[in-house]
Design a protein around this ligand. Structure first.
Ligand code: SAM
Length: 232
């Protein structure tokens, strides 16, 4: 279970709201029961339920179980797509180990009102589900032009291009180090955007095969290929 506070040995942690509801009403936690918690800073801890009420409980933090995992230095930069699909995209990114999700606004982006909190909640749920001890950061949405202008010098930008590019697995294997994959919206990037992306010195056009994938599929496929190439 993720908690926002920094955990320390011997601390008494009070939980209310959604976390308490889950532990008390869903998991039927009782005094003396163990609960695993992580804080995205120090890693995973064992807590023992001490006081349990209907809407809240207090846990004593007893043992440090695991340090925070090291997170592969990989960003998913993607144009937002509609609700259910972007949620899926964030969930899979988190399961696969992405460090940072960056929503990018393009000419053909149809969803420009992104609910940051909902995406962050999605990432927490996915991290809990797959036993992670770190959360991906969900960045604020940024315009494509601003993102490209300030692109970090040391980070390769793999541009997933359905019109063709280097085979993704090979290109990724040849370029170790910090990286990101850029996935376009359902309508794709327009000609000016493509030219601007290609003009970034760190950009490498990659193909995910001869078929046009949905943006969410392309994001999961490219992320898996990078993780496999990096051995992460
Ligand atoms: N422009 C296209 C169209 O409307 O026919 C489709 C865009 S596709 C649904 C959404 C995004 O997924 C693309 O911008 C690209 O980043 C990525 N993508 C889809 N298929 C791909 C492929 N075979 N290789 C590389 N990237 C792909």
């Amino acid at each position: 279970l993720y908690v926002a506070e920094r955990l320390t040995q011997g601390a008494m942690l009070r939980l209310d709201g959604g976390a308490a509801h889950y532990l008390v009403q869903v998991m039927r936690t009782r005094p003396g029961d163990p609960v695993k918690l992580f804080d995205d800073q120090t890693g995973e801890w064992l807590g023992i339920a001490r006081e349990v009420q209907k809407r809240g409980l207090t846990l004593e933090i007893t043992d440090h179980l695991r340090p925070r995992e090291s997170v592969p230095d990989f960003w998913l930069v993607m144009a937002p797509i509609k609700k259910g699909r972007i949620d899926w995209m964030v969930e899979k990114a988190c399961e696969l180990g992405v460090a940072r999700v960056v929503p990018v606004l393009t000419r053909r982006t149809v969803v420009d009102k992104l609910k940051h909190d909902r995406l962050a909640a999605q990432a927490v749920e996915a991290a809990e589900q797959c036993d992670r001890t770190a959360l991906p950061q969900i960045a604020d949405p940024v315009k494509l032009s601003a993102l490209l202008k300030d692109w970090p010098e040391e980070r390769t930008l793999f541009f997933a291009d359905e019109t063709g590019g280097a085979p993704a697995a090979k290109a990724m294997g040849e370029r170790p180090g910090p990286a990101a994959v850029l996935i376009g919206p359902e309508g794709g990037f327009d000609a000016d955007e493509r030219a601007a992306i290609r003009a970034v010195p760190q950009a490498v056009g990659i193909s995910l095969g001869p078929r046009i994938l949905r943006a969410d599929t392309a994001a999961a496929a490219a992320t898996s290929l990078w993780m496999a190439a990096a051995g992460d």
